[in-house]
Design a binder for this molecule. Structure first.
Ligand code: NAD
Length: 735
């Protein structure tokens, strides 16, 4: 056995320790399944063995299934469809994908008691293994998280998780856990009866063995006659309070865009009406079905595989040695600067926080103090954590303090003159190896770099707001940015545990440019006479986190107006849409509606009530369409297609050079319909040919902004996909 050790003690209790060689965490792969099956048989059949305790020698218990296993399954399936037909392939996929479920059921019913000694985090298939054990003991460990996060990548727990969870907790709670994919701390998990005991780490194995010695039963509660469901049967008053409401909540939260979420409702509802073995069969059928869904394939690829590759430095120039950043400078202690200081300090990096004067610099640090204190009040942080973090941040007005930094990031006002002054001041004090980064959201990096003495060391590091919560960082290469600057920027982003994408300089870079088209489409629909509530609801129904008007309020309506005017001044009147100009001028110049920031935008923001669409919007519509005659599907298509098309243009213009970055950036940066796997996956799933047809149809009806670009037309003719034509070069990365 290469993944487990097996020791039996004098009492006949086997201790199985999971410790995969060459990996920092245990994961479930083909070998694990084979070896664990053999171990279960050994425990079941050797008379001298009274029971088994399973634990891990790693810091965590198990991170879940190795997703390459699922990837292999999906590929095998595609091959089988070709060679043996759809039905035979589906039957094979069903048999293969239920192996883990069958193994866990065999463990649960093998006749000997099994105890999970949970030393650290157990997720997905790893947590499902503990649920199949007859007793669960966890070691005290504030870092431990338990949960079933499969839903986040378009799947659901397929190794008994849905059925065991739904038999341990009332259905409303279990649905919530499964549909949210929350990762629970130990005390919460114990409160929910998902684990039986929490003990000091040193006593973990002893406590697990003691349970067996004390006569712990080798039967799960649901296998004992007279088992009662925690929330009562499905067809009971309580059940009827849950399931119809759950359907409604599911629709409200997902707009039926997530087949895996729908499957969870289905398997819990059906499974709870069946004995365990049949219930597991139902779960497996749905699991195999979901595994074949385009949504799962796209979400696994983007939100797991690609994201992990980018996090590990897929785009990092291999020739440059990795740097460990000790100290950075942040200029501008405002909203963004303070956030950048915070995430850097959290990663243990010393931060010199510079502003115009000491007071302004102190204010930035004080804002962080307040923000973390608010979290302490809610029990989400500790005083010690706050103090440790703030100790890393030194506010000052003295540029001289930047001399010993590895990287300097400016986040001062979005004003070219102010940025130029700051660049001049910084270059007067820093050495020849220091990299300078700008957090600008609109100014071209190459033009700012031209003011820096060595443009090779100048780069864009574009954070999203709020900095501490947004996981994406967009790195922008100027015309002359060098590999060393890029490497350092990527090392920095890795240190602060965010996901980087690397793009070339362009107006709005990638994310702002694309999300700008979504907002503009909302504006144009309003101008056409589509009722504002329809625009907003259809944006969400298409899969966006918020409607375009709401999004514009968040980023500020006056900012959209400023950008439009700058685009017109730089590129000419043909580069903007006059209807959008009229609308924004009316909103900003005539009505003073700047967005959430002044409490007045497309929405009103009353002090103690939820925001409401501003009724005056109707007066800004020159015509009004009859809502009953509006093509709902077409509105949804427009809102997504315009973004996907702009992404394809970014690819054609080489603003983007990697399909993974396009997709990951679109979901993490602006929430593009996550079920699609991102903007380019959306096109690939539909097929270039159909996408081009859709663009042409929309172009004929709504104008040239929907004209498909050359690249897409060519791909449609050749029947190509982005992921095939621009397959990421994984060989180079492996080297
Ligand atoms: P802000 O107004 O909150 O903060 C700017 C800070 O810069 C202020 O504290 C100000 O005192 C300081 N400052 C101004 N001139 C200075 C100087 N000469 N020397 C030192 N400090 C100076 O602005 P913000 O929202 O934090 O934006 C900062 C930058 O980040 C801008 O370039 C903006 O485009 C970019 N950005 C903002 C967002 C966002 O959502 N707010 C998102 C991404 C990028």
């Amino acid at each position: 056995m290469s993944n487990f050790t097996f020791d039996t003690d004098a009492d006949g209790i086997a201790l199985i320790t999971w410790d995969m060689p060459g990996r920092s965490m245990n994961v479930i792969d083909v070998d694990t399944i084979v070896e664990l099956s053999a171990l279960v048989e050994r425990v079941a059949t050797e008379a001298a063995i009274k029971g088994a305790v399973i634990t891990s020698a790693k810091e965590t218990f198990c991170a879940g299934a190795d997703l390459t296993l699922l990837d292999t399954l999906a590929r095998t399936f595609a091959g089988l469809v070709k060679s043996q037909g759809e039905e035979a392939a589906a039957a094979k996929l069903f048999e293969e994908s239920r192996k883990l479920s069958q193994l866990y059921r065999r463990l649960e019913t093998c006749g000997k008691p099994w105890v999970a000694a949970i030393n650290g985090t157990a997720l997905g298939g790893g947590f499902e293994l503990t649920l199949a054990c007859h007793h669960r003991v966890a070691a005290e460990n504030p870092k431990t998280r338990l949960g079933l996060p499969e839903i986040k990548i378009g799947l659901f727990p397929g190794a008994g998780g849905t059925q065991r969870i739904a038999r341990l907790m009332p259905p409303a709670d279990s649905l919530q856990l499964l549909l949210k994919g929350d990762q629970l701390k130990l005390d919460r998990a114990k409160g929910m009866k998902l684990i039986d005991a929490i003990v000091p780490a040193a006593d973990l194995v002893k406590a697990a063995k003691d349970w067996i010695k004390a006569g712990g039963k080798a039967k799960a509660p649901w296998d004992i006659d007279g088992f009662k469901w925690p929330g009562g049967p499905v067809y009971s008053k309580a059940g009827m309070m849950t399931f119809p409401a759950a359907n409604a909540i599911y629709r409200r939260e997902t707009y039926d865009n997530y087949p895996a979420a729908r499957a969870i409702l289905q398997v819990v509802y059906e499974g709870l009406q069946l004995p365990m073995d049949q219930a597991l069969r139902v779960e497996s059928r749905w699991f195999a079905h979901i595994l074949r869904s385009p949504e799962a394939a796209a979400m696994i690829r983007t939100l797991f595989v690609s994201m992990q590759e980018l996090n590990k430095g897929a785009r990092r120039p291999a020739e440059v040695a990795p740097a460990k950043l000790k100290k950075i400078g942040v200029i501008g202690a405002g909203f963004m600067g303070a956030g950048i200081a915070q995430v850097s300090a959290q990663a243990g990096i010393e931060v010199v926080l510079v502003d115009r004067d000491q007071d302004s610099a102190d204010k930035g640090k004080a804002a962080l103090h307040k923000q973390i204190s608010d979290r302490i009040a809610k029990g989400r942080a500790t005083t010690a954590e706050r103090d440790a973090l703030l100790a890393h941040i030194t506010p000052t007005a003295d540029y001289g303090a930047l001399a010993s930094c590895d990287l300097v990031i400016e986040a001062v006002f979005e004003d070219r003159k102010v940025k130029s002054e700051v660049i001049a001041k910084v270059q007067a004090v820093i050495g020849g190896n220091v990299v300078f980064a700008s957090n600008t959201s609109t100014l071209p990096i190459s033009s700012l770099a031209a003011e820096f003495k060595d443009p090779a060391r100048f780069i864009g590091i574009h954070f999203f707001s709020p900095v501490d919560r947004m996981m994406l960082v967009e790195i922008i290469l100027g015309k002359n940015t060098g590999d060393k600057a890029l490497s350092l920027a990527l090392d920095y982003v890795r240190a602060i545990r965010k996901t980087p994408i690397v793009v070339n300089d362009s107006r709005g870079f990638y994310t702002s440019r694309v999300v700008g088209t979504y907002i503009r489409e909302g504006h144009l629909m309003l101008a056409e006479g589509v009722p504002a509530p329809m625009i907003e609801n259809l944006g969400r129904m298409a899969g966006m986190p918020v409607g375009p008007l709401s999004l514009n309020d968040e980023v500020a309506v006056d900012l959209a107006w400023k950008i439009l005017k700058a685009t017109e001044a730089d590129l000419g009147a043909a580069a903007i849409d006059p209807r959008q100009k009229t609308l924004l001028e009316e909103m900003v110049e005539k009505r003073g509606r700047y967005g959430r920031k002044n409490g007045k935008g497309f929405y009103d923001y009353p002090a103690n009530a939820p925001k409401k669409l501003w009724p005056g919007l109707a007066d800004l519509q020159p015509t009004k369409l009859d809502p009953d005659r509006i093509d709902i599907a077409e509105i949804k298509q427009r809102l997504l297609a315009i973004q996907a098309l702009e992404t394809a243009r970014c690819f054609e213009e080489k603003v983007l050079t990697d399909v993974r970055e396009a997709d990951v950036g679109s979901i993490l940066g602006f929430g593009f319909a996550p079920y699609s796997g991102g903007t380019l996956s959306w096109i690939d799933t539909m097929g270039a040919k159909r996408f081009v047809e859709l663009c042409r149809k929309l172009e004929a009806k709504f104008g040239t902004r929907f004209a498909p670009c050359k690249l897409l037309v060519e791909m449609a003719e050749r029947n190509e996909t982005f992921y095939r034509r621009f397959a990421p070069d994984r060989r180079r990365e492996a080297a």
